[in-house]
Design a protein around this ligand. Structure first.
Ligand code: KIV
Ligand code: ZN
Length: 515
């Protein structure tokens, strides 16, 4: 695809740059779930990881490459043959593999980070791209810190990378320093000065340190870029990357100003956003464009009145266009298994028999407690079940004494490797007492890094969705739990995180934790 086309290639790096942000780690099963939704959304390229970085990253790229058939799957590599070989090995099962290699080109990075002279950097660019190209037909090259690179040197490296076989040249604004006019001018400068630029697709990769990642990316598209690198919910290093949903919806909504198209099925945006925030524990701020809880809410009476008369008075896009269907009362305590299965299908879940049975049991329990059961309730409940089949520890029951007259106490039953065990503990409040019970039953030294509670829907009978982040020896895991009882949800979330930690440990140690 050349830049004369108006089609913008969407390159999603949620699983690589997104996952690089502290606390955002995803396990293999979670990465596969995200990759599948990205493919369903028709993302053109899914960057699945940085295979040399760790065995976990390697495995994730390899498994994503095996299951993704229509999107391209990219693996990242530094400009070293060992890195490129590792990335290529991980991509072996891919239907449409892409090798993405990068090297810093700015004076600051060359001098202090690489400690290399420009000539050596240029040589390494030619060597790495030609080497990658001998392995793979689809090679992307990125000059890291491209926006702070001296223009003559950038042009020279880009020209050489294209000559060496790169089909995509990605210009990163690595530190989120650029402003839109300047970044657009940089892209225009490359389009004008690099003689073989028509042989490659120009891509951009913008970070959001000044809150300009989306504006810079769109300015670059107007200047000739035809690939945008972005992430779901804008997650990524530091302040994050350009957000996929904002780029795609800006292109869709402002065709008059930006006559470019993406191939994205925008109706899946909400689903992808919820999945990523549930898995990572990175909640989306309520006023975030496109996917924030308030993005389509009209509070002021005068606005509500306008929307009722004609939605376009205050809505520039429809909630349905991003897959936000007005919450409907879907199911009740009389709904049967068949209706439940149909509902799950409608929400995009295909569960195996065991998981379906467990989810249905939990749904019945919920319908008994909660007057109205909404789609969001069912999504939270299924998120709480998916991927739990290998868990060593299972929640059984919790009894808590709390209130202003202490002490707060908890009695907890957990099933650990098939045996039900009971603990009693006190604490500074009911959550602390509950977590102390877990520590008695499953002794561990992991530190609690995040404890976050969110109501799934409105009303005092709403389910609480809790995220717990644990850290042990530099490894972080996120656990989720949902229940109408906030303490039960908290306990489930902690147990989920602990199970993930045990699985991580099992990969490095033979024996698992047990009380
Ligand atoms: O921000 C950056 O420069 C990157 C590159 C590896 C593309 O993430
Ligand atoms: Zn980046």
């Amino acid at each position: 695809m050349t830049s004369s086309s108006n089609r913008v290639v969407i390159f999603d790096t949620t699983l690589r740059d997104g996952e690089q942000s502290p606390g955002c780690s995803m396990n293999l099963e979670e990465k596969l779930r995200v990759a599948q939704v990205l493919e369903e959304m028709r993302v053109d390229v899914i960057e699945a990881g940085f295979p040399i970085a760790s065995n976990g990253d390697f495995e994730a790229v390899r498994e994503v490459a095996k299951v993704i058939r229509t999107s391209r799957v990219a693996g990242l590599a530094r400009a070293a043959r060992r890195d490129i070989d590792r990335a290529w090995e991980a991509l072996q099962g891919a239907a449409r593999p892409r090798l993405h290699t990068f090297l810093s080109t700015s004076p600051l990075h060359m001098k202090y980070k690489l400690q290399m002279e420009p000539e050596q950097v240029h040589e390494a660019v030619v060597d790495s791209v030609s080497y990658a190209r001998r392995l793979c037909d689809d090679v992307e090259w990125s000059p890291e810190d491209g926006s702070r690179t001296e223009h003559d040197f950038l042009c020279r490296c880009v020209e050489s990378a294209i000559k060496a076989g790169a089909g995509t040249i990605n210009i990163p604004d690595t530190v989120g320093y650029a402003v839109p006019e300047e970044f657009a001018a940089l892209i225009a400068m490359l389009m004008n000065r690099v003689p073989n630029i028509d042989k490659a697709v120009i891509s951009v990769h913008c970070h959001n340190d000044l809150g300009l990642a989306v504006a810079n990316s769109l300015a670059a598209v107007r200047a000739g870029a035809r690939q945008v690198e972005c992430t779901i919910n804008g997650i990524g290093e530091r302040a994050g990357n350009a957000s996929l949903e904002e780029i795609v919806m800006a292109l869709r909504t402002r065709q008059d100003a930006m006559p470019y198209t993406s191939g994205i099925k925008t109706e899946l945006i909400t689903k992808a956003s919820r999945l990523v925030s549930t898995i990572t524990g990175f909640q989306v701020q309520p006023n975030k464009a496109i996917v924030g809880a308030n993005a389509f809410a009209h509070e002021a009476g005068i606005h509500q009145d306008g929307v009722l008369k004609n939605a376009q008075t205050y809505e520039i896009m429809t909630p349905e266009s991003v897959g936000l269907n007005r919450s409907t009362l879907v199911m009740g305590k009389h709904s049967g298994r068949h209706a439940f299965r149909e509902k799950l299908k409608e929400l995009g879940f295909e569960l195996g028999d065991n998981m379906l049975q467990e989810a249905f049991r939990r749904f019945k329990e919920l319908a008994d407690k909660k007057k109205d059961v909404y789609d969001e309730d069912i999504i939270a409940l299924v998120d709480d079940e998916v991927g739990r089949s290998k868990d060593h520890i299972r929640f059984v029951s919790l009894q808590v004494v709390c209130g202003s007259k202490g002490p707060q106490t908890a009695d907890l039953e957990l099933e650990i490797d098939g045996t039900v065990k009971l603990a009693h503990a006190t604490g500074d409040g009911p959550v602390d007492a509950t977590f102390n019970c877990i520590k008695k039953l499953v002794p561990h030294t992991a530190r609690l890094q995040l404890f976050q509670v969110q109501a799934v829907t409105g009303g005092t009978d709403a389910q609480a969705e809790v995220t717990v982040r644990l850290e042990e020896e530099g490894k972080t895991v996120n656990g989720q739990g949902a229940d109408t009882d906030t303490l039960v949800a908290s306990c489930r979330a902690y147990v989920h995180a602990l199970n993930k930690l045990l699985i991580k440990r099992e990969k490095t140690e033979p024996a698992a934790l047990s009380a």
